[in-house]
Design a protein around this ligand. Structure first.
Ligand code: COI
Length: 356
């Protein structure tokens, strides 16, 4: 795709300078949309150049019924978080990784994408404009949701002639209704999330619609979410609907290797590095479903879920349990190391955080 140029346009709407906290109940935040003040919108025509990005009042957007994203699913999303530190400063975690992943996804989905710099600057602008919605330290984070959408009109199947990059944000707490309690997973062996050569390895919107059926059925049966297997041998772990999966056995932390059907999670990648630093052996490889039987611990990682302990996994009617409540020792160690870094409570030796 053609290069895109950074825009330094002034916001369309003057951004409030007041940094008073928003007047909401900051206790017990979950993971539902709380609309905030501003969103960021930047468009790109057929030339591939994103220009004229602007903050505007958060609200509905107008789309042609014939927009590529509505008709053929030409869309990507990202997710990252901003934390408020005790000193009032704000930390982003590895935003350029999200920018890069969006660019990789855009290439797969035949879309032009903002440059890394445009993406990161837009994230910063959006977070600062919505500063009063960042939860107080220790109460949660501001979830940042960048979208890249084929908004131009099409009828026949083709890449859209126009694209929109948009960022909105929402204060969030725990992703799962279990809070920090362990989640319960069921292994799905009929429906699949991704296929070799497909789009499982990019964050395209359709991947998430595709898991709703299995996820809904699992929730009706009292499970928190679904763990997917590879669709060829139906034997190897892939990921959970909204997060990556890790198993622990002795000093070894293993996770399915990235091979096109698994989302390359930024939390996944960070936990691997944290685990190595903490002295664990880490293996990215094929992880057979049978290994769940004799794992010491299982946990999930993702931007939204952070690190979530798995209390049990059920596979073909057999339930294996790991922890009753709280974290296993290894997941706890990795969770603490990662979140202390993300919240600015420990020294950022990796240079992963961006302070605003
Ligand atoms: C995230 O963790 O940011 C995601 O994109 C997962 C989403 C289903 C909430």
């Amino acid at each position: 795709h053609l290069a895109c140029y950074a825009s330094t346009q002034a916001p369309e709407t003057a951004v409030s300078e007041s940094f008073e906290l928003a007047d909401i109940d900051w206790e017990g935040l979950g993971f539902g949309l709380i609309p905030t003040d501003y969103m960021y919108v930047m468009k790109c025509d057929g030339s591939g150049n994103f220009t004229n990005g602007k903050l505007q009042q958060f609200g509905n957007i107008e789309l042609s019924p014939s927009a590529g994203v509505l008709n053929y699913g030409q869309g990507l999303f990202e997710g990252l978080k901003a934390y408020r530190k005790h000193d009032g400063n704000i930390l982003l975690f590895r935003p350029e990784e999200n920018a890069l992943r969006m660019r990789n996804g855009a290439e797969r989905m035949c879309m032009p994408s903002p440059s890394i710099e445009q993406f990161v600057e837009a994230v910063k602008d959006t977070v600062l404009a919505n500063k009063r919605w960042i939860p107080p330290a220790g109460k949660g984070s501001l979830y940042i949701r960048p979208l890249l959408l084929g908004t131009g009109a099409v009828l026949g199947l083709a890449p859209a002639p126009e694209y929109t990059f948009l960022i909105y944000v929402s204060p969030v707490g725990n992703y799962f209704k279990e809070g920090v309690a362990p989640i319960h997973l069921i292994v799905e062996h009929e429906l699949h999330r991704a296929t070799p050569g497909g789009t499982g390895g990019v964050k395209t919107i359709g991947n998430y619609a595709a898991v709703l059926k299995a996820q809904t059925a699992a929730k009706v049966r009292g499970y928190s979410d679904v763990l997917y297997l590879d669709c060829v041998e139906k034997k190897y772990l892939e990921e959970v609907s909204s997060c990556n999966i890790f198993i622990v056995k002795d000093n070894v932390v293993s996770t399915p290797a990235i091979k096109g059907t698994i989302l390359p999670g930024i939390t996944r990648k960070s936990i691997i590095e944290v685990a190595l630093n903490e002295g664990f052996q880490v293996e990215e490889r094929q992880v057979a479903v049978d290994e769940l039987l004799d794992a010491d611990e299982v946990f999930c990682t993702g931007t939204a879920v952070v690190v979530s302990p798995v209390g049990s996994v059920t596979y073909r009617g057999k339930r294996v349990t790991y922890v009753e409540d709280g974290f296993g020792a290894v997941a706890q160690r990795l969770y603490s190391a990662l979140t202390r870094l993300q919240m600015g409570l420990s020294e950022d030796e990796m240079n992963w955080t961006v302070e605003l």
